[in-house]
Structures are given as structure tokens and as C-alpha cells.
Design a binder for this molecule. Sequence first.
Ligand code: M6R
Length: 367
Amino acid sequence: EKGGYEHFMLKEIHEQPKAYRDTMRGRINAEGNKVILPELNMTEEQIKNIRNIQVVACGTAYNAGVVGRTMIESLVRIPVENDIASEYRYRSPIVTPETLVIVVSQSGETADTLAALREAQANGAHVLAITNVVGSSIAREANDVLVTLAGPEIAVASTKAYTSQLVAFGLFALYLAEVRGTQTEGQVAKILAAMQALPEQVEEILAQKEAIKGYAEQISEHKNLFFIGRGVDYAVAQEGSLKLKEISYIHSEAYAAGELKHGTLALIEEGVPVIALATQEAVLEKTVSNIKEVKARGADVLAITHQEHLTDLLRSVDQVFVIPKTLPMLTAALSVVPLQLLSYYASLALGHDVDKPRNLAKSVTVE
Ligand code: M6R
């Protein structure tokens, strides 16, 4: 059942290229310049009237939503808020009939997310669910469902569900852009081409897993580490940190790179590992100066970046891991993969139960 892999998590990490393809299949026209989502009930008029979007979810699904926000805001210019489901309903969210609420849940059974969905509907919002389980409670109660086709995810640590949620967000953002006329066909085609290249690019990363294994063994001796990044890189840093804590039990924090000097820099001392996500060209220079700030305090820095940024980074980091080039908005779909492998191999090195980490359940059905 593990398909020759030692753990479900490793198998599921390797299934990501397929999950990407399956989630895109049948949803892109033959010319490659249009997203087709006939399953949606939302009318064109409803889509044109959306004034704001709230993305509500827990854990890894929340982290995917943060990337989804960037995609929607940059392609469609609709304001998007991200909410943790267990917080959402107690903050009296401002919802109008022009609010679209997107709930994201791999299992479709997370109690907090389901409660948030009900709260949103009670306030008159249209709810779209992005879920991996067609017959789940969330899928049944939502007004619209966009399924991810990642296949069953068994490991408690979510991997292929997260990455296929990113693809679902990409498709949905492009669909909104088409209906609202905010992107040209040419721009849509360019993004779709980049999305269709992702499966092969993930394969390229997976082929380098031994390098990540070696690094994971190094960090498994540490008690504390940091992930830093800006923009989408920060969103991925959060996912990388969650994954590492979840299965290796090593404490880590994800920080917006520019925020370190507002307090956290105090925790950087000789030898502390810092994983710097440095893929976003528009803020690269700024990220490099943040890397220098931690380096100056003795941090041991691994940068995850693109080939073309190597010269900017090599002087300030200790190690690099290069990921293939994609559009800045899509980098999360690639940069998360080395972080998934990192947490996997760190957990393995420490002898933990990778697929069933302590104190956690795959599906959290209590609030
Ligand atoms: O099934 P869901 O997507 O609603 O689950 C949400 C979280 O419980 C889940 O993503 C959790 O954070 C993962 N175990 C993280 O790997």
C-alpha cells in the first residue's frame, strides 16, 4: 500500500507531480489560454459582483490559502483576507452577500472549518470549498466545490494536499480573472504554461533528495531553527516550519525576513540554522540584506533559491538548494518540496513515527 516507500509521507511527496496533473486535467482548454470550471454554480454576475474574499482554513490548508491570497489579489485585484477557522467565527467577520468565503480543507471534515462555513452562510456569504474529499461534510454543505485530485492522503503531515490546493487556487484565480476581464488571454496562457510545467519541475527537485537528507541530518541535532522569507517565500516559510514541528518535534519559527530586527534577531546566535527562502526577485535584495543580518550573528544559513540568484546569495550563505525557475506567484508549488523532504528526513533521523506524529490526528473533528 505504500508503493515501495518506507512511509506514506514519502510516497505522497512523490505523488505530487501526479496530483498537479490530475488537479489540472480537463480544466484547461485545448489552446491553453482559458480555465474551464463547469462544476461551479456561481454565475458570471455573482463573480462580477464579488467585493471581497475571505479564505478560512486550519493548519496547512490555511498556509495554502495565504498563497492563494497572493494569486487572487495579484491577478484579480479583489481584496482577500486569510482567517484561521477557529478564530473566524468569534471575530464577528464582516460578511455581505458580495463576500465570497473560500474554505480550504483536505479532509472536508475539520470541525473548525465546518463551523466557519456555517457561520459564513448564516451571514449570507456564498461559500466555495476547496477540498480533496468529494463526499465530505464540507463539500456537501458548501455552495460550490472545487475538488483537488490529490488522491487519498494518509500521512498526518499534509503534502500533496497542500500543493494541489495551490493549483486549485491558481485555476480559480485565473477563472475569476477571465470572468472579470482583469488578465488578457496571453497573460492567462503564460501562467497556465508555467503551471503545466510544475510536475516535471517537482521531479527535478525530488531527484535531489539526497542533498536535503544530508542537511536534515545536520539540523536534527539542533533544538531551534528559523525559516525566513518575504511575500510568497514567507508563506512557504510558515508551511515549512509547521511541517518540521509536526513530525520532527524540532522547534522552529517562520519569520517575515524584514521583521526579524523587530525582536527576533535576539534569538539568533552562533550556529543557529536559518533556512532562507529567497526566490522572489522583486524583494531579493532586501532578503539578501536580512540574510546578512542573521549571518552577522553567527547563523548557519541554507538558502532556497533559483539558479539566477546564486551570485547574489553565495557570498552570504553557507549552503544553497536550487529550485527550477517558475513565475514568482507559483514558486510555493516548488519551494515547499525541499521543506517537506527536510521535515521527513529530520523526523526519520530522530527516529520518530513519521506518518503518525504524537498528539495529532489526520482529521480534527473537535473544535
Ligand atoms: O483536513 P484539513 O485540510 O481541514 O486539515 C487541516 C489541518 O488540520 C491540517 O492541514 C494539519 O495542519 C496538517 N496535519 C499539517 O500537516
